[in-house]
Structures are given as C-alpha cells and as structure tokens.
Ligand binder design. Structure first.
Ligand SMILES: NC(=O)C1=CN([C@@H]2O[C@H](COP(=O)(O)OP(=O)(O)OC[C@H]3O[C@@H](n4cnc5c(N)ncnc54)[C@H](O)[C@@H]3O)[C@@H](O)[C@H]2O)[C@@H](O)CC1
Ligand SMILES: [K+]
Length: 478
C-alpha cells in the first residue's frame, strides 16, 4: 500500500532513473483499457468522463487502446485548462487521430453524453489530486454517473474520494471497479469494491534508492520565524573539537535556524573560534562526564533535535554520561561516533537515528557484509532488534527501521576523508527537525553524498569535509 505523497516521490524517482511520467501515463492508460475489456466486449459503447489533470490524462491514453470499441472521450471544462503537459499532449493526440471527443463546459451538456445508454463509464475526473469536495461540473457529473445502472470503472480512485483515507468531503463516484497503479492505496481498502493494481513499469529501484523525489516537501512558508525550521543541540567535543563544529555548521547549512553546542569548557573557545554562528554552552571539565548530564538534559529539553557524539571520545566517564543522558532524554536524537556503542544497552524513550560506519556497527553488535543487498538485510534486522533507525555509511548507505529499508547511492571514494561523517550527522539532524526518522536519514545520506559529489568535481581526492558544507545548498537545489 502506498500513500499519495509517497507515490508522487516514487514517480519523481522513476523519472530520475529515466522513466518519465509520460511513459507511466501510457502504461496507466493501457491498464485502464485492459480492465474495461474485462467488463464489456468490443463494439460496446464506452464513455470516458475526464478531468483536466493527469487522472484525465490516463483516460485520454486509454481511449487510444480501445479502438475496437465505440468510445467517446468527454472532458469536463475547457481543454485549454488542462493542467499538465503530458495530459494535454495526450488530449491533442486524440484530436490529431480524429477520435471522438466532447467538451462539457456546462452541467447541461452532461445530458448529451447519454450516460445511461453507455455499456461502461470510465471515471477519470479526479485522482490523487483532489482537494475538498468536488466542485462543478465534477459534482454534477458524479451525480449523473451515480444515477445510471451502467458499470463504472474508476481510474486510480473513485473521483471525490481521498486515496489516503477513503473519505469523501462531498459527493463521490460510486464505482464498481477501480484500477489503480503500482500499488494499492490505503483509502481503497475501506470501499469494498474490486481493485485491480496495475504494474505500470516503475522499477523497485524507484522505491529502494533515495532520489530527488524524496526531497519533495521541503518548501519554506513565506512567513516563517526563527525556530520554525529547527533548533538543534550538538553534544560533542573534548578530545576533538573539529567534529562538533562540522556537525553544527552542516546543520545550519542544511536549514536549521539555531544550533547550540554543549561542550567541555576546555574546548569551548576553540569550538567558538570556528564560527560565530554557533551558540556555545560550556560545561565544566575537559570531557563530557556524569556531572554535566543534568545541565545537558536541561539544554536538550529546549531543542527539536540533539546530535550526540561528534568528538566526544570514548573515555569510560564519557560513555557513562552518554548513557545517563539518553536514559533521561525522550526527544529526537542523532547518535554518532563513540556515543553509538552505548545505544544497544541503554533504556531510552528517545527516538534515535544512529549513524555508524561499518566498524561502528560491528562495535554496536550488528553485522555487515561486502554484498550491499545482504548488508541491507542485516542492517534491517539489527534496526528492528534495537528498535531505532539506522543509517549505515558505505559506498551504498543503508537506511533502515523495522518497516522499510532505503539505499542511498550518492557519494564517492573522496569522502573517506575525516569529518564527512560529522557533516552527515549535522545534515540528518537538521532534516530530523521536520521529517520522520527514516526519511530524515535517507534524505540526509542522499544530500550529503550529493554535496560530496559536487565537491569531488572541483577538488577530486583533495576534497575536505568543509567543502561538503559549502555545497549543501546546491545539493538540495538539484
Ligand atoms: N506516479 C503517479 O502519481 C502517477 C499518477 N497517475 C495519475 O495521475 C493522477 C494524479 O494526477 P494529478 O496530480 O494531475 O491530479 P488529478 O488529476 O487527480 O486532479 C488535478 C486537478 O483536479 C483539480 N481539482 C482538485 N480538487 C478538485 C475538486 N474538489 N473539484 C474539482 N476539481 C478539483 C485541480 O485543480 C487539478 O486541475 C493519479 O490519480 C493517476 O490517475 C498515473 O498517470 C500514473 C502515475
Ligand atoms: K478517478
């Protein structure tokens, strides 16, 4: 089952793999025609009632695949108002091929379709693009369709019904059969009518591999305020100072509004010196230790996301402090570097994204394999075991929780240089302020790799972690 927003992302990923939307529409229309053939025999009269979006476009294609039927394709509204290029091209093709079409600009024209005399009605008014109750002329057309005894095949979803919920805000088409594409939709389950799921040639790769479709939905509202796009706390530093600074700056470049760094007093000035954009909160001492936990827990409670680990080191005291922090914290956190080893044994209410490389994964108790497909299975099993989201770094990054596994193929061998993992933790942390864990991890891995690829174009194997930070915006834009 797939939700409409995820379907749109998969569709965009398919386009990036070289399977453009118009090709999917061709397959969808073909599938609609095949279902019509199961309902009525050649020669029968079919009326296709079409909207001006891609749902209608599927039916424009279907008309071409039903040459041995008596087909009439009716568009609701003016053809000039067709909303997408691919639907318009398929509408124009009907005109060029001299196939019968009708334009319904007024509800009184609906009578002319003689819907009750048709042998089959194809409802292609609205699919996943519906918002709110059907407007005119769609609402009257739905009533006219429902008033007949003619069998109705709905394209993707009965028009007026929300594909995700099965609810209708007003009148909706009463379908006898639905032909939907690629995968069933959650809203169709509750309708209790036959559903044909048609394979439209979207490869599994469009779902498995993170792609540009996964970046959808990152628009910023015109009127946004500081804090709307996330406030983060990096808990890091001690033996290393660069790591927390890289994570924090990456989080800012990935869109976070404010980034705080909690670090030992001994390194606070050093970390602040990397950037005036960081808000540094020193705690006493030269490493994270149990006595600093209360202060850090209080700071963390004010944030949307915490990034725990960069540069903390692996002193026993530090690991004890990480453990007691995670025991008291119940928000969202990205756990990286030495802090990872604590995760399998800690009892926490926090929602974690753990970002180990393969060595760290093994230290956590997980398993890996040279073959990425086998590795993906092992990572998924371990994610289910610890009940958290894992992002295991490698040539193919594996992102898994107990429900689903994704793979990010971006990145290059130049990124084995120190600090790129800290950048990744920052990017994932920033995305985690507004996305669910698996999605934040998947998109973070993809963007970090893209930034690395952009940096590699210029610097080759000489690339350094700060180059990635500078390319993050460009990586998001592509
Ligand atoms: N990957 C995909 O997502 C695929 C989608 N396909 C088809 O594309 C459809 C989605 O296409 P679109 O996104 O263009 O959306 P739709 O064709 O479902 O609807 C968009 C149009 O409906 C209008 N509209 C919205 N709410 C309305 C209301 N309440 N009353 C009247 N008009 C309303 C909009 O202004 C817009 O013109 C799917 O349902 C499916 O049929 C297929 O071609 C195959 C692949
Ligand atoms: K429909």
């Amino acid at each position: 089952m797939i939700r409409a927003d995820r379907m749109a992302a998969v569709d965009a990923n398919a386009a990036a793999l070289g399977i453009p939307r118009k090709q999917l529409m061709e397959s969808s229309g073909n599938a609609v025609a095949r279902v019509v053939r199961t309902e009525v025999d050649p020669g029968s009269r079919i009326v296709l009632v079409c909207g001006r979006g891609n749902n209608g476009g599927d039916a424009f294609v279907a008309a071409r695949f039903l040459g041995d039927y008596d087909v009439e394709t009716a568009i609701l509204g003016r053809p000039a108002a067709i909303g997408t290029d691919i639907a318009r091209e398929n509408w124009d093709a009907l005109q060029e091929a001299d196939l019968p079409t009708t334009t319904i600009t007024d509800t009184i024209h609906l009578d002319g379709l003689a819907l009750e005399d048709a042998d089959c009605i194809v409802d292609a008014m609205l699919g996943t693009g519906v918002t709110g109750a059907l407007r005119e002329p769609e609402a009257s057309a739905a009533r006219a369709i429902n008033a007949t005894d003619t069998p109705v095949v709905s394209v993707d979803v009965p028009s007026g019904v929300d594909a995700d919920t099965g609810d209708a805000a007003g009148v909706a088409v009463d379908a006898d059969h639905v032909v939907t594409f690629h995968d069933s939709k959650p809203g169709l389950e509750s309708l209790d009518i036959p559903v044909t799921v048609a394979d439209i040639g979207i490869p599994e790769a469009a779902e498995l591999f993170v792609g540009p479709g996964d970046l959808r939905g990152r628009g910023r509202a015109a009127e946004s305020h500081k804090g709307d796009h996330g406030e983060l706390l990096v808990i890091g530093g001690g033996p290393y100072t660069g790591a927390p600074a890289l994570s924090a700056q990456a989080a800012l470049r990935a869109g976070a509004d404010l980034v705080h760094v909690a670090c030992p007093a001994s390194v606070a000035a050093q970390i602040q010196s990397y950037s005036e954009n960081l808000i540094v909160h020193p705690f006493e001492g030269d490493r994270f230790a149990p006595r600093a936990v209360d202060t850090v827990v209080d700071l963390a409670a004010e944030q949307d996301v915490v990034i725990c680990g960069p540069g903390l080191g692996s002193h026993d005291e530090t690991l004890a402090a990480v453990e007691s922090f995670l025991e008291s914290y119940s928000g969202r956190a990205v756990v990286d570097a030495d802090a990872l080893s604590v995760v399998p044994r800690v009892e926490t209410d926090a929602t974690l994204i753990c970002t180990p490389h393969q060595g760290e994964l093994i230290k956590m108790g997980g398993e890996t394999d040279d073959d990425w497909e086998r590795r993906a299975e092992l990572v998924a099993e371990f994610a289910a075991e610890i009940g958290q989201t894992l992002l295991v770094k490698g040539a193919y990054d594996v992102i898994a929780d107990s429900d689903e596994t994704r793979i990010s193929r971006t990145g290059n061998p130049g990124m084995t240089v120190g600090g790129t993992g800290d950048v990744l933790a920052g990017v994932v942390g920033s995305l985690f302020t507004g996305r669910e864990p698996r999605d934040a991890a998947a998109v973070g891995a993809y963007i970090n790799g893209r930034a690395g690829d952009l940096a590699f174009e210029e610097a080759g194997y000489g690339l350094v972690a700060t180059d990635l930070i500078e390319r993050l915006q460009e990586a998001f834009e592509q």
